[in-house]
Ligand binder design. Sequence first.
Ligand SMILES: [Zn+2]
Length: 603
Amino acid sequence: MKSIALGFALFFVVSGCARSTATGTPAPTAADAKKFLDEANDATLKLGTESNQASWVSENFITDDTSSLNARANQRSIDAAARYAKDAVKFDHVELDPVSRRELDLLKVSLVMATPSDPKEGEELTGIAADMDGEYGKGKWCEDPKKPESCLDINQITNIMRDSRDEKKLRQVWEGWHTISPPMRQQYTRFVELSNKGARELGFADTGAMWRSKYDMPPDAFSKELDRLWDQVRPLYLKLHAYVRMKLREKYGDIVPANGPIPAHLLGNIWAQEWENIYPLVAPQNVDRGYDLTRILKAHNTSPTDMVKTGERFYTSLGFAPLPKTFWDRSLFIKPRDRDVVCHASAWDLDSVDDLRIKMCIQPNEEDFTTIHHELGHNFYQRAYKDLPVLLRDSANDGFHEAIGDTIALSVTPEYLVKIGLLDKAPDSSRDIGLLLNKALEKIAFLPFGLLIDQWRWKVFSGEVKPADYNKAWWDLRLKYQGIAPPTARGEEFFDPGAKYHVASNTPYARYFLAYILQFQFHRALSQAAGCTLPIHRCSIFESAEAGKRLNAMLSMGQSKPWPDALEAIAGTKQMDATAILDYFKPLDAWLDQQIKGQPVGW
Ligand SMILES: [Zn+2]
């Protein structure tokens, strides 16, 4: 998943106190609220820019010094955000214009973790959060603890899960990685108690309700909404699951049950969250799509700058202004030879106006070509909302930013490659199944996983799941949504949720589920606006001024309005709709029906 540096959105911690029970002080006025918001906007811009600059430098010149300068700048930004979130409550009963009210509401729900007002408890919570994050980051599994060279970190584990087809090896590595998290179990229990206490002091039922309150609807309505979307795509997931299970049984034999859940270690990913790495195991015969973009890019001697220029041209063809000169002067496209940098692709908006950049170590291959189109989506979004008050400069909700980049990436079709001169002729549609299956292994397989991470946390934060059942509840959900089972029994001596980064680092996850749903809905709506009459998966909005107008109408709203309004601007409806996914994968759905005829479906 591509990361995006928004700076201002990084409000992790509040070291705050409860609402003051002031007596005798005059009630705040609209003018007080305005003054408060002016200050909050100014400080957010100033601290955010400083923090972005420090992050940029530390990721471009990795040293101990740049890292501690970055941590300090970041902390100042986080502390300020926490202060403003707490103080915003003072104006709850002041009559205000809609824009100011929106800004205050957004400040109040901006926190991911609220520390209790008791300073000792606040410090304890902050310490636990940092510890769990650190334990994950340092996490290693050593086949022989006496031999440091046998120790594997998450990157090495990831590579083995991706490449190995040796069931015993995969099981060993899978179990190995899950040894990093049992030490977090006690900490997590305490973390839940304390962060809930902080959330309650801010008026939320618990931390999970605080997270769900960011979505312009009551927290419980939001959970129901996600379940409704999942029910729309579940039949297609069941078919994909049945097909993959059948193929894995051909490869691994009885270790994969004919009609039960798929063992979690055989799907090419340590969390079984995306399955495209096992595409070669499940690929149908004779569906080679007939061209190799990586080979074409290499044959054309395409430079990284050429690739980014091509990406920019996609957006200018929709009517967006070209990127500023500073983008080309300040971005990083090539891995430097003389220093360590963070190569993970990211998009930046350093001054929240027009100091846009991307940072990635570009290789001339298809993946990077698509990623460039994705990253630039963040940049064009950022620039589209630059004229709003600082507090409103963000995506409509946290699913929208990722969804935009992916929406544009869905337009990188063979027809588009023909138009820009990289391909002579688009292959005929008989070649589409391979492409669609590969995409389904990434996007459809992810959906139940994207949903269940926060299903588990919401239940844990609300107390519905007690500490004594943490692991059982985790595997119950993985079975229910994904149809996945652990390779060996996992009792309460383990803490398997903690072996996933976003749990250990307390990063909410529902945004990824939303992004995966929304990108197809956006793509379908924009393709219609562009007048595309091909099957949706073949549509590209390249060169469509009409689609560009629709897209810009939504992007320029930032988060000034509730997200259903932004959705309406692009898709003509206020409701999220996962049927766009079914439309996109329609040929695959029919193909899967044939493949699994007579096979069991479900678990
Ligand atoms: Zn992204």
